[in-house]
Design a protein around this ligand. Structure first.
Ligand SMILES: Cc1ncc(COP(=O)(O)O)c(C=O)c1O
Length: 399
């Protein structure tokens, strides 16, 4: 395992380790990382535009070994939705992690990989919620001080939960971009390691352990469907699954209100993408990570952008059929199936993200998505949901 703690004095070139040698421009549009604090030395040495780092499958297996004792091996069970959809559907229920998300995997691994001195000083990060919660929880478990900077738009319940874990919680910045710059500034002043929630190499490796579990739990997968925010989850999962089973299709899903990976693909590099308020707030990242992009981009077979309304419908379907309450980000994979955007997988198996979890599905008959859409659209088209005090309303004409 590489010692990434030696960065930045000795930047490691992980770039060629996967055999893909695309070149990425070092001049970008306005980006979150380039928002200036006036201090040129405030930057994240683990996530550098001009030196993107790829992780390897060995990084993921190493992470799996190290985090095993502190992470729940969550079930990946056949879904009750299988029958109604004419599909074999398996859901990886990573919302059953203690803090409710897969983010614990990467957070624990990143904390375990710190040097002793770094562990003593502590870490800092900016997050809308799930990564912050995961860091705070595992920081408390491992005795490592954690500071999180959460933007004002972060869900109130998640801010409160971070405080309950004894972390230092700073609510600052109107969005993730500002929160991140504030966090890096504080980190520099106080000597704390900044841990990017989707782009730090150890974070990506940790998230990839979810992919290792899935291929152990369900044999003969044809495809996996993974929600995409900053790209860390899909980078780790795609790497693990494609290395072990290269024929498995990896499909990413974004909300149309924050399709930053789609924008990055179009631009050939991570690029700033204006985002709107979304039910999938966990995915609301205006620019995907540099490391996540170079790792995941060559491995993603298809990337779909799903409308918000289908995310609302997917949340309801999961409540009704699975008795699972998941946040929008976790329902985004199922939303793409319900919306009929993955119909080419009929007769095959697939995996669907469910609140940082994943599911696998095999369509046995060719009915499914279109029929579903007709049946359920009128019923749910005007559904409104309140999440952390904010109301999201779906409208018929947008579906
Ligand atoms: C529920 C859920 N699923 C998926 C993701 C996407 O993860 P990433 O940002 O690593 O792409 C997130 C991010 O927070 C999330 O909260």
């Amino acid at each position: 395992m590489r010692d990434l703690n030696k960065l930045p004095s000795q930047p490691l070139n992980l770039f060629a380790s996967n055999g893909v040698n695309k070149s990425y421009s070092s001049t970008s549009n306005i980006s979150v990382s380039s928002i200036s604090t006036g201090d040129e030395s405030v930057f994240d040495p683990y996530c550098v535009e001009g030196n993107p780092q790829k992780i390897t499958c060995e990084d993921v297996t190493s992470a799996a070994f190290k985090i095993k004792s502190g992470i729940i091996n969550t079930p990946c069970a056949r879904s009750r939705l299988s029958d109604s959809m004419g599909m074999e559907l398996y859901l990886k229920k990573d919302f059953l992690q203690t803090t409710g998300s897969f983010k614990e995997r990467g957070a624990r691994y990143a904390l375990l990989m710190l040097s002793d001195e770094q562990k003593r000083n502590g870490v800092i990060s900016a997050s809308l919620g799930n990564h912050a919660l995961a860091l705070c929880y595992h920081g408390a478990k491992l005795g490592i001080p954690v500071t999180v900077v959460m933007p004002a738009v972060a869900p109130i319940m998640k801010i409160a939960a971070c405080k309950q874990h004894g972390a230092t919680v700073v609510v600052q910045g109107s969005d993730m971009g500002e929160a991140k710059q504030n966090a890096m500034q504080i980190g520099k002043e106080k000597g704390l390691v900044y841990i990017n929630g989707y782009d730090h190499p150890h974070i990506m490796a940790g998230q990839g352990t979810l992919g290792l579990e899935v291929v152990e739990q369900v044999p003969d997968i044809d495809a996996v469907v993974v929600p995409v925010g900053g790209g860390g989850l899909i980078a780790g999962v795609a790497l693990a699954i494609k290395t072990l089973h290269p024929h498995v299709k990896v499909i990413g899903v974004e909300s149309h209100r924050c399709a930053s990976f789609t924008a990055a693909r179009a631009a050939g590099r991570p690029t700033y993408t204006p985002i709107e308020s979304t039910l999938a707030d966990g995915l609301a990242v205006p620019m995907v990570g540099y490391n996540a992009f170079v790792t995941a981009d060559p491995l993603i077979d298809k990337l779909v952008v799903v409308k918000e309304e289908w995310i609302a419908i997917a949340i309801l379907k999961l409540v009704e059929n699975e008795k699972c309450i998941v946040e929008g980000a976790g329902a985004t994979g199922l939303a793409a199936i319900l919306a009929g955007q993955l119909d080419e997988l009929k007769g095959k198996r697939k995996m669907v993200g469910i609140r940082q979890g994943v599911a696998i599905l095999e369509k046995q008959r060719s009915m499914g998505v279109v029929v579903l859409r007709q049946s359920f659209h009128p019923e749910f088209a005007r559904h409104s949901v309140v999440v952390s005090g904010r109301r999201y309303v779906t409208t018929r004409n947008e579906v």
